[in-house]
Design a protein around this ligand. Structure first.
Ligand SMILES: CC(C)(COP(=O)(O)OP(=O)(O)OC[C@H]1O[C@@H](n2cnc3c(N)ncnc32)[C@H](O)[C@@H]1OP(=O)(O)O)[C@@H](O)C(=O)NCCC(=O)NCCS
Length: 171
């Protein structure tokens, strides 16, 4: 009988040696999720990240990356992405929840905002974000800029409901 162990998931701070792997994750999401014109901006970000930036390793491979920072009293999420062949395997949710917890650990943060595309707005809605605005072609032809935000109270209520489902659902 052969036993197959699940690869270990680890989230750790980005280091310069991760640059190539992060760019590969970005490229895997072209052209549906990112416009190629955004690559120089992402490369410049990797050279000098704003706030904290993290990679998620599955086994020894970097398969996702994403960051967070604070601007004008609001938590912000930056450049979150999962390698295309690993989509829909809960990796994006794990990295998102981890970044949200990082920001809401700061007592002064009561809201987290993100600018994303129409292709993934549903993912953020699923995690409690609400749409606050939209710019057609804001990120390039066919890629709208969708502004969304998450309130601390909603995140806490969701966490509480998942820990105590009967309390939230009643009976
Ligand atoms: C957005 C992204 C990070 C989601 O990561 P993921 O690992 O695929 O997401 P998960 O597997 O954790 O998804 C959990 C749930 O969210 C929802 N979801 C995931 N991707 C979605 C999408 N593109 N649109 C709508 N809902 C989505 C699904 O309901 C999914 O549950 P399911 O198992 O029933 O399908 C990933 O699609 C990605 O990297 N996209 C390209 C980069 C990008 O656009 N990033 C956002 C920048 S702001």
């Amino acid at each position: 009988m052969t036993l197959h162990a699940e690869p270990v998931i680890q989230i750790r701070p980005y280091v310069a040696a991760d640059r190539r792997a992060c760019i590969a994750v970005f490229r895997s999401n072209l052209p549906r999720y990112f416009d190629s014109s955004e690559l120089p901006e992402f490369e410049a970000f990797l050279d000098k990240p704003v706030g904290d930036y993290f990679v998620l390793e599955l086994g020894s491979s970097v398969v996702a990356c994403g960051g967070c920072y604070v601007r004008a009293g609001t938590g912000r999420l930056s450049w979150g992405m999962v390698s295309r062949e690993k989509h829909r395997a809960s990796i994006g949710s794990i990295l998102l929840a981890w970044r949200i917890d990082q920001l809401f650990q700061l007592p002064e943060i009561s809201e987290i905002a993100i600018d994303t595309s129409q292709h993934v707005a549903g993912f953020f809605t699923r995690h409690g974000f609400c749409t606050t605005g939209q710019v057609t072609d804001g990120f390039g032809a066919g890629i709208a800029q969708v502004c969304m935000s998450l309130q601390r109270i909603n995140w806490r209520l969701r966490a509480s409901a998942s820990l105590h489902p009967t309390a939230a659902g009643g009976d």
